[in-house]
Write a protein that binds this ligand. Structure first.
Ligand code: FE2
Length: 379
């Protein structure tokens, strides 16, 4: 065992045990945390906590405690209970250390320059189907770049379920799965026209907008209809660094998104900032769709500044410095983090040839959960 797992000194303090490890790192383990994490508190197969925290008082403390071999043994003041902790487990879960670690973002920001290196984010369909390493690479690209392009997929309808199910199950919505991106008469969504679509995220009016979107190109023979893609986190990061006031407005102003699709008996309304951030001050998600904006109802004192910020952000999302235009080919699956990366298209001429994409949604949890599994992350 490496030295950081050996104990040099063990002391009982007012509300915690203090361990000085052989590498001179000092950990605090609070009494209640230790009791709650007793190895017997975890179900052996379900791997879930069975211990009920209400069965002990907040004054519980170690009556006796000692290090024996590779274990910390504690006799508790209540419940006639002994806990035996593996020292390696304790050090690996040391929250003194975890809280001292500097947060490292998993995201790689990108802009128009990625187009020259598009190979970086391209993966072959069959290699993902048959090989876990390629699957893991795909997941990693999705998580870090938020964008990947699968090539050489079959062009049968609904055939993208196969590669999607290599990850997990899909996210269902009122559009159905897959949803058909094709121009129809009397469209209930602008995606179902031949019009240009400005860069946007899908379904921003859902409290929990779909994490990823996969657009499977079955045929693309029409003139026009170039796809566009932009890293919303990279643009938000540009604002954070260069336009602090605008960034603050977009992270703090709750904007109204809405959907009143005539085919549904539902009126969907959600207020959310356009950019949200995580507890680690990283980017959480981007919600942006001019098409799905409601009549904004922010305080009149803040309206002018909001519109200035919103318009500026919109201009950057269409800016050549940030976006990539590319043409989807039959057998491509355009995969992106729908809560980070915005997508759009130029208008196309439906009389010049067929253009048919099928869309699927899948949650971010599924991508990250599988990636953690492949990376052997322990909890
Ligand atoms: Fe869309």
């Amino acid at each position: 065992m490496i030295s950081k797992y050996y104990v040099k000194k063990l002391e009982k303090k007012k509300d915690h045990l203090s361990i000085l490890w052989k590498d001179n790192f000092e950990s605090k383990f609070h009494f209640m945390w230790l009791r709650d994490n007793c190895p017997t508190a975890i179900h052996p197969t379900a791997n879930m906590r069975v211990f009920n925290i209400l069965t002990v008082s907040k004054n519980i403390f170690p009556k006796k405690y000692k290090i024996e071999k590779n274990k910390l043994n504690i006799d508790w003041s209540e419940g006639n209970h002994t806990s035996k902790f593996n020292l390696k487990w304790l050090r690996d879960h040391c929250y003194t250390e975890i809280n001292k670690r500097k947060y490292k973002s998993p995201y790689v920001f990108w802009d128009h320059k990625l187009k020259k290196n598009l190979k970086k984010i391209i993966i072959d369909h069959n290699s993902v189907i048959i090989n876990d390493k390629h699957l893991s690479k795909w997941l990693n690209l999705l998580h870090t770049y938020g964008f990947a392009l699968i090539k050489n997929a079959p062009t049968r309808k609904k055939s993208a379920f196969k590669i999607l199910n290599r990850i997990s199950h899909h996210r269902e919505t009122f559009f159905g799965t897959p949803f058909e991106v094709i121009n129809i008469s009397k469209p209930n969504n602008t995606a179902y026209t031949a019009d240009a679509l400005r860069n946007h995220t899908d379904l921003p009016y859902f409290e929990y907008a779909p994490g990823y979107q996969f657009l499977h190109c079955l045929v693309n023979e029409a003139n026009g209809g170039l796809s566009s893609v932009v890293d919303g986190f990279a643009v938000a990061n540009y604002l954070k660094k260069n336009e602090k006031d605008i960034f603050n407005i977009l992270t703090k102003t709750h904007v109204k998104f809405k959907d009143t699709d005539y085919t549904q008996k539902a009126v969907r309304i959600l207020h959310s900032p356009i950019i949200t951030i995580t507890k680690d001050n990283d980017f959480n998600d981007i919600r942006f769709s001019m098409a799905a904006m409601g009549a904004v109802d922010v305080d009149p004192k803040k309206m002018k500044k909001f519109y200035d910020a919103y318009q500026y952000f919109a201009s950057l999302l269409q800016n050549k410095k940030f976006k990539i235009d590319f043409r989807l080919e039959a057998g491509d699956i355009f995969c992106f983090n729908n809560r980070r990366v915005l997508h759009g298209r130029t208008e196309f001429d439906p009389n010049s040839g067929n253009r048919h994409l099928q869309g699927y949604y899948i949650e971010r949890d599924e991508i990250i959960g599988r990636l953690n599994y492949f990376n052997n992350i322990k909890v």
